[in-house]
Design a protein. Sequence first.
Length: 250
Amino acid sequence: MASPTALMKTLTASILFAGTMTIMSNGVAASPAPDHPQSGYGRYYDEYYRPLTVYIDFDGPQRERREERIERRLVDAIQRRLDRPVRFTDSRRRADMIIKARELDYDLSFRITDVDRKDKSYDNRYRYGHGRCGNLYKAYYDRIEEKGTAYYRYQLSVRLKGEMRFKDEFRGRAREDFKYGRNLRAATNCGIRPTDIYPSSKVARLFEKASPGYRHTVAREIRRETLDDLGRQIARIINRTTKQIADASW
C-alpha cells in the first residue's frame, strides 16, 4: 500500500494535469480578458482589451486617392508617438474618437540662397581623348544652394463620443535645403569651353540634382515633414485623451 505522502503527490499531479487539459481544450489564453472592466483589472483592462478606437479624416485640395495615401502616412506618423495602445479604424461609426484635419493653407516655394564658384581637376578616366581640343584639364561650375519652404495651416476638429467636441488650429513651417550644379565648363587646349563631361562621379551626382524631377522629390520630402508635424500634434491630443480616460478608470 502506498504511503500517505505518495498518495498526496499523485493527487496533486492529477489535479494539475486535469487543469492544464481543461485550459487547452477550452482554448483559454494565459491571461483571459475579464468580462467587465470592473472585475479587478482597472486601467489594464481599458488599455489592452478595449483601447481607444480612432478615425482619422484628412481633408485637403488633393484627389481622393492621394488623400488616402496622405491619411496612411499621417496614421504612421501618429502611431510612432503614442504612449498607449490605440486602434485605428476606417469606419466613423465604430470610432470612439474622430479627428478631422482640414488643410486651410499650404504654400510651398523655392529660392536660391547661395551660389558658389567651384573648380575640380578631371580624374584621369575622364580627362583624355575628347576630339579636336584634346584633353580636359580642369572643370569650372557653379554650385547652387536652394531652399524649399512650406508654410502650412490646419484646422483640427476633434470629437470624442459622448464626451467632448472642440476645434483647434495648427500652423507651422517645413524646410529642406538641397544643392545642385550648373554652368559646367572645362579648361582644354582650345581654352575654357562649355562641356557635358563631368570631372568626377561626385560632380555628376551634383548636376543630376539640377533636374526638375529632383525638385519634385524635395517637394515630396517637405510634404512628408509637414505630415510628420501634423501627426505629432494629433498624437499629443490622443495621448492627452487616453491619459484622462486611464486616470478616470482607477
